[in-house]
Write a protein that binds this ligand. Sequence first.
Ligand code: ADP
Ligand code: MG
Length: 710
Amino acid sequence: MTAPAKISPAALARLSKLGIHHRSELLLHLPLRYEDETHLAPITTVQPGETVQVQGTITHAEITFRPRRTLVCRLQDAGGELYLRFLNFYPSQQKQLAVDSQIRAIGEIRMGYYGLEMVHPKCRAVDIDTPLQTSLTPVYPTTAGLSQVALRKLIANALEVLPIPEHLPKSVFDRLKLADFAESLRLLHSPTADISAHSLANRSHPAWQRIKFDELLAQQLSMRVHHRERSQRTAPALPPRKHHTDALLKNLPFALTKAQRKVCGEIGGDLAKPHPMQRLLLGDVGSGKTVVAALAALQAIENGYQVALMAPTEILAEQHFLKLSEWLAPLGITPVWLSGSLKKKDKKLAAEKIASGETLLAIGTHALFQEQISFHKLGLAIVDEQHKFGVQQRLALHAKGKHSTAVRGEPVEPQAPPSHPLRQAQGERPEEQAKIQEPHQLMMSATPIPRTLAMSYYADLDVSVIDELPPGRTPVITKLVSDTRRDEVFERVRAGCIGGQQAYWVCPLIDESEVLQLQNALETHQLLTDTFPELRIGLVHGKMDSAEKVRVMTAFKAGELQLLVATTVIEVGVDVPNASLMVIDHAERMGLAQLHQLRGRVGRGSAQSLCILLYQKPLSELARTRLKVIFENTDGFAIAQEDLQLRGPGELLGARQSGVAMLRFADIDADEDLLEQARGVADELLHDYPEAARAYLQRWMAKKHDYLHV
Ligand code: ADP
Ligand code: MG
């Protein structure tokens, strides 16, 4: 019997870089591709572009010095010859490739100076009759210092020494007609030469289907277990008392839309329960999420609990602060403001009000969740534009609530470890968790989640959707204009402003460089001011101090400024209903979600709005597609769907991006059928075969679990 291979500490460190912490995880480290060393190609038959294995005798070898030191060898078989070229080589290689050696070489054929050649082929000295491989050679994802050969050996050893049980219950396995798990793994690690290379490369082979199904099933299980576990944790019950909420509704200058009423009902129902809500409120740009957030906040406040409202940019947080202050003043509620740029003294003052419980509503940026801030009795945390926040910030928020609501006098660990769904299944006593109260969480986003994403990565959250816009909006007209017609655009802006319109001029993103972006905004502002001395033009950017920012935004809102030059700081949330003209400079540099958000700053009033996308040629294929999509669609959902196609789920996931265990093998769009199937089976396992469910989570998620749900 084979013994488990010894793994050196150095190799262990490298394996952990690949996310492999346990021997069994080697099994799921699957090849990126394969090399075919199962047969030899006669040199007369090879074509440039092919990757082939050839064998022959070295008939010539020399080191040339032009253009640089290169080892060139001629390899000859029965029918033809080709050249092997090495720009970097060791003396040992030179020795191996001496004249008369018998060599097997594998590499890509190119047309070179002397004729057919391979550059840096993989070479091995052989005898005429050295047997060929019987299966394809796997090429694994690896990291510096860990060779393919070493990794192959470790994986082959793991396949030999570890048991690979079938976790699907027999009845389910028989019904699904999927390939056997262990056989699928073995096949993918060393497929025989007769297997279609295409079905391996595009992962349509039954063995791949099985692995992808299992991965999706494990993800579904994990999401569901988490969801279920949440209903065993506790949060303050905050039933609707219709005191403050009714007062706000009465004072509003508009009536809620049907969709707003529906989501308010869903949120209100969750808050009333003694378990933490984790709800995502989705609504397209301008659909009116702020007032829904305000109503949720009031329901918590009516129950004597504190609320934190956090926004990703200072401008947006400030705007919420002003709006809510105005709405809540008649109810005798004064929110407190907290942001990183606040003076030390003021920050301390705000922190005291939050800690003492004197203030019931705190509004600000992520500064709200920094260490120094501790809430007296946090009942609800609202995160606007949640996709803009990083996973660390969400972790902080999570921890904050737990501390603050811990029942006094109870021995609560200061750093309660993230709860682990497996623990519940392993029989941890629920009372141990019941001592910790968590705040409810409401996350808001204008980036709709396409169906397949909702079914997979977001399956643990509850989702509410505002699917209609307030009445009286006129859709924004979008125009694509080449940079060569910049003068006409200037003229259009001038005419609009003179005619009483208010306009935004959004400056381009510059290679993610804030300094250049700032410089560009300053220059654009200068240029526009010089060109149109008759217009009142303001400037807002991320590096301004907050008092200055507020001053400019307030002036724009009040109509004192006609044109606002801005960086993408205005991307999210900014609400100035009278603005009806927007120019987005270098629109080709921006992503779809960003363009949609920016465009959503206009079209908020009843006037007809216009959005001009100024672009510069030449356009990349991707940029062209993006501009076409944004030109043709106004519906955020359709745009998000296109975005998913263009970028893959990784980036769309936003805040979850770095936290969620990404699917390694399955593709939620291409494998939608498997995803559907996995959903059904997940329910079945949890209900009828909890042992199997646990085994799946252990196999696929053991390490990633803690990170999954922040
Ligand atoms: P978003 O969903 O993009 O955050 P906001 O909450 O900023 O949207 O709302 C956009 C604008 O619509 C605001 O000026 C808001 O006061 C207004 N609004 C919200 N709900 C309604 C409604 N039911 N009827 C009319 N106007 C509304
Ligand atoms: Mg908003």
